[in-house]
Design a protein around this ligand. Structure first.
Ligand code: ZN
Ligand code: MN
Length: 473
């Protein structure tokens, strides 16, 4: 059977204040400290649209190749839930901000253009906190009224890996254009997926089910696999699929029924009477389009073309705009793009990974890495020492040349000093020396290793070997 999936993503737009009131947006503030009569749903108050939310929504939509509606409007989506004080959510129903976009998704299997059905603005709801012991629940409305963009794909995804690749691509685009940090741990990006199955070659769509509240890309992938298995098993057993909503249980690695699907009519959508329709002029759309930076896919192609990078390195760099900018700075300063890419993709990324830090949170400047590469290139430090210096730069932001001296990592070029070291090694390892002289050439490796150990790698291995061979001839 073939898997057919679509994804709905809610992305928190990076505004200073909420969508329809002046309350600040700040993660981790004391519960209900960021609220006012508007976002608490008091009677008689009026919403006012946050201009920045609209701008960011347009930016995202254009980066996803959508058409912006020249005239759009807001609607009320009515339902009762304790995290929704107004008993309706201001959203967009029949005239969304944007439609008909696409994202080019590169996965291992192939490159596919995943169509974006629509993208619309809406406000977030509050958050319910349930007591672990006991039966009480609490409501925190700090998040109520925070601006979101809901991005809905067509059912164009054909595997769980492709779903993962789509989300990674979406995230890198949204971060690149600065509309959201997409930090899933802070709930800034949340996914619901829908899935149906059909025989290969069929073009009809099967009955779909939805899986809600997936809070990591890995869980999206696992949930799709689990739900796919369930669909196939149901159909194999001669049963039918019922349109319904499911939750993914990572401990059991299976989906659990949440509720039988509600339909749009259940929400009694109607136009929001307190907000006027919104006309967006062409000039405004074109100005926003022009203000977009180079997008990750185009940048990846350019890195391969202009710097001769492998697709792997280029892809790794462009997935984070800050990393890509950093690489370009180092590359320009050193004139050695491949070496720069190699160090950024491997060493810098490894150190950041160990520290669980983002590049911009550290003290590492592009000039520091270009200085390190120059020191290595000039033979003043070994590559291994360069990596050690790099780690210190990340922490301290101090100049590499200074760190090199202080850490005693400068390569010994003084021949007398090297000679003395080698004599010491020869004297201390009579057996190895005898073996080497007796024709056991492999022993040389051991002796060079001893030199490296004694000098903490400050003598270049080929140089040490050359001199040792001379001495033991
Ligand atoms: Zn408020
Ligand atoms: Mn929504």
């Amino acid at each position: 059977m073939e898997l057919v999936a679509g994804i709905e993503t809610h992305v928190q737009l990076k505004t200073a204040s909420k969508m329809f009131c002046g309350c600040a947006v700040r993660f981790g503030s004391p519960p209900n400290s960021l609220t006012c009569p508007v976002c608490l749903g008091h009677p008689g108050v009026l919403p006012v649209l946050n201009r920045k939310a609209l701008e960011l929504g347009m930016r995202a939509a254009l980066a996803l190749n959508c058409r912006i509606a020249p005239l759009t409007k807001f609607d009320r989506k009515n339902y009762y839930y304790p995290d929704l004080p107004k008993n309706y959510q201001i959203s967009q129903f029949d005239v969304p901000l944007a439609r008909d976009g696409w994202v080019e998704v590169r996965s291992e299997a192939q490159t596919r253009r995943v169509r974006i059905h629509r993208a619309h603005l809406e406000e977030d709801a509050g958050k319910l906190l349930h007591e672990e012991q006991g039966s009480r629940s609490f409501v925190d409305l700090n998040r109520a009224g925070v601006p979101l963009l809901e991005i809905v794909t067509e059912p164009d995804l054909r595997s769980s890996e492709e779903a993962y690749a789509y989300l990674s691509t979406l995230k890198s685009i949204l971060r690149a254009v600065g509309v959201s940090d997409c930090d899933m741990e802070k709930g800034e990006l949340r996914c619901d997926v829908n899935l149906s199955v059909r025989p290969p070659g069929s073009t009809a769509l099967g009955v779909k089910t939805e899986i809600k509240n997936l809070n990591s890309f890995r869980y999206v992938q696992k949930a799709l696999e689990a739900e796919f298995r369930r669909h196939v098993a149901e159909l194999d057993a001669g049963r039918t699929i019922v349109q319904s909503t499911w939750l993914y249980d990572p401990d059991q690695d299976q989906t659990r029924l949440m509720r039988v699907k509600e339909f749009a009519t259940d929400y009694r959508y109607f136009p929001e009477p307190d907000l006027p329709p919104l006309a967006i002029r062409d000039e405004e759309i074109e100005a926003t389009r022009r203000s977009l930076p180079e997008l990750p896919a185009a940048r990846c192609d350019r890195f391969m073309r202009e710097y001769g990078l492998s697709e792997y390195d280029a892809q790794a760099l462009v997935s984070e705009r800050v990393m890509a900018d950093f690489f370009e700075d180092v590359s320009k300063a050193t004139g050695k793009p491949k070496t720069a890419a190699n160090w950024v993709v491997n060493e810098v990324a490894r150190i950041l990974n160990e520290k669980k830090a983002a590049l911009e949170e550290t003290r590492l400047a592009p000039s520091a890495l270009s200085d390190i590469l120059s020191l290595v290139e000039a033979g003043r430090v070994t590559a291994a020492s360069g990596k050690e210096i790099l780690a210190h730069c990340v922490d301290t932001g101090r100049p590499p040349a200074e760190l090199m001296k202080e850490l005693g990592l400068e390569i010994v070029t003084d021949t007398d000093e090297i000679e003395r070291t080698l004599d010491g090694i020869i004297a201390a390892n009579p057996k190895a020396v005898a073996d080497f002289k007796g024709g056991k050439d492999a022993t040389m490796k051991f002796l060079v290793g001893q030199v490296m150990k004694a000098t903490k790698g400050r003598v270049q291995a080929p140089k040490a070997e050359e001199l040792l061979r001379k001495k033991l001839r």
